[in-house]
Design a protein around this ligand. Structure first.
Ligand SMILES: Cc1cc2nc3c(=O)[nH]c(=O)nc-3n(C[C@H](O)[C@H](O)[C@H](O)COP(=O)(O)OP(=O)(O)OC[C@H]3O[C@@H](n4cnc5c(N)ncnc54)[C@H](O)[C@@H]3O)c2cc1C
Length: 403
């Protein structure tokens, strides 16, 4: 391939950014481009495993690996740095380690917590959006058990989970596994622990049919979880959540409060681009943004539209689509460098599996409903496949969920 050597800058080493780099280094030769990857940490974390870290069913190190395990240093320069500003008209990115210029930019800065302005939520609730926040939640949960007997043991241990969406349900699935272990470790009767999930919407897990949702609820209720569905949280405070029941505000007391009900795209997006809503910008079918042929936006900071005109709706932001977007951007960059036309992105939805701890789950895979052990097995396949696709067989062997 012969063409002018362009500077390609990739921001973020999550599923989208790291998949872009992994594919680019396969598609391009050493002399074809200057590729730089910038990420806040030296490591990549499996964001889809964070609820496991938060509940304490895995160690946080299990869900992370060094970015250097994926990056071919002869083709890609990896810079651990925090992006602080994107100057789209100057083709320049500012970081805490200096400025970087680019010809082609791939923005893949991922998600952060969204509390929808609920009073006190940011201050009083833990979120599950990074290894650090997940670890903080886990430590607080365990502290309650460790201190239970010293505290006079008058009150039950109560854990409140805000949101019965995908993350909330997966987190509860882990909690019903880890809490009995904590009870045993600290000599506490399981009946002294309350696990309550509060959800504003009248139903939960809208991506699954009712029979699968009912299965998940029964599985979790049988193991001690309680659900308060159709119950809006109006505030969080040091005692727990304030909820609205029959138009009356009521305090729910808790020793630990975890908010799982909202994520948004990185807030750097609003500061850098126009027309950004909740950290997400609408991308064109070729995954660039309007007016900027050389800026690709992918992963949780992108609104990738499904359909056309007024009926168009963004696809849900998931790791599955983030990885497909990363691969597609790498292909479009290769095409551009060769002087060819970029191709439109087509999403291949392979389905969704929601885990209920390590041994159970529900899901729809290739259009077929699954539940129980089969779903748990499928989840391990999906988790390990992500590592295989990005990092290859050796990394999947050391970090995947089968060995
Ligand atoms: C608990 C949980 C369970 C989930 N389960 C599933 C699931 O089962 N299936 C599924 O498909 N999806 C799931 N998701 C959603 C999925 O994790 C996200 O859609 C996915 O992580 C998005 O990938 P991304 O690459 O866009 O962003 P991210 O994974 O968020 O990666 C962004 C990267 O950018 C870095 N970064 C951020 N800001 C800066 C900065 N200023 N400077 C430099 N670097 C920066 C971050 O450190 C990170 O490495 C789950 C999410 C959570 C929280």
């Amino acid at each position: 391939m012969s063409f002018e050597r362009k500077k390609i800058l990739v921001l973020g080493a999550g599923y989208a950014g790291l998949q872009t780099v992994s594919k680019l280094q396969k598609l391009l030769g050493h002399q074809d481009a200057d590729i730089t990857l910038i990420n806040k940490n030296e490591y990549h974390y499996e964001a889809t495993w964070l609820h496991e870290t938060a509940a304490g069913t895995i160690d946080w190190e299990d869900g992370v690996y060094p970015v250097s395990k994926v990056v071919d240093a002869s083709k890609v320069k990896f810079v651990p740095a925090e992006v602080t500003a994107i100057h789209k008209d100057e083709k320049r990115v500012e970081t805490n380690q200096g400025d970087f210029e680019y010809d082609i930019l791939v923005t893949a800065l991922g998600f952060e917590s969204e509390t929808f302005g609920i009073e006190g939520m940011e201050e009083h609730a833990h979120s599950i959006v990074s290894p650090q926040t997940a670890l903080a939640a886990r430590h607080e949960i365990e502290r309650n058990f460790a201190n239970y007997k010293n505290s006079g043991a008058e009150k039950d241990i109560s854990i409140l989970v805000g949101g019965a969406g995908f993350t909330g349900v997966e987190f509860l699935g882990e909690l019903v596994e880890s809490v009995p272990v904590l009870c045993e470790k600290y000599g506490i009767d399981y009946s002294k622990v309350n696990l309550t999930c509060v959800e504003a919407a009248p139903s939960m897990l809208p991506m699954f049919p009712e029979n699968l949702t009912d299965y998940a609820v029964k599985y979790l209720e049988d193991r001690g979880a309680k659900f308060m569905i159709g119950t809006p949280i109006v505030a969080a405070n040091e005692d727990g959540f304030v909820v609205k029941i029959d138009d009356e505000e009521q305090q729910l007391e808790a020793s630990s409060v975890i908010w799982t009900a909202g994520v948004r795209g990185n807030s750097l997006m609003e500061e850098s681009f126009d027309g950004v809503k909740r950290g997400r910008i609408v991308v064109k079918p070729d995954l660039t943004i309007e007016g900027y042929e050389d800026i690709y936006v992918i992963g949780d900071v992108a609104a990738v539209m499904n359909g056309e005109g007024d009926d168009a709706r963004p696809y849900p932001t998931t790791a599955q689509i983030a990885m497909q977007l990363g691969e597609h951007v790498a292909k479009n960059i290769e095409l551009t460098l060769k002087g060819d036309k970029k191709e439109p992105f087509k999403y291949d939805d392979k389905g969704t599996v929601c885990s209920l701890g390590s041994k159970d789950g529900i899901g729809i895979v290739m259009g077929r409903e699954i539940k129980g052990k089969k779903a748990a097995f499928m989840k391990r396949v999906i988790d390990s496949r992500a590592i295989l696709k990005i990092g290859g067989p050796m990394l999947a062997y050391s970090k995947g969920k089968f060995f």
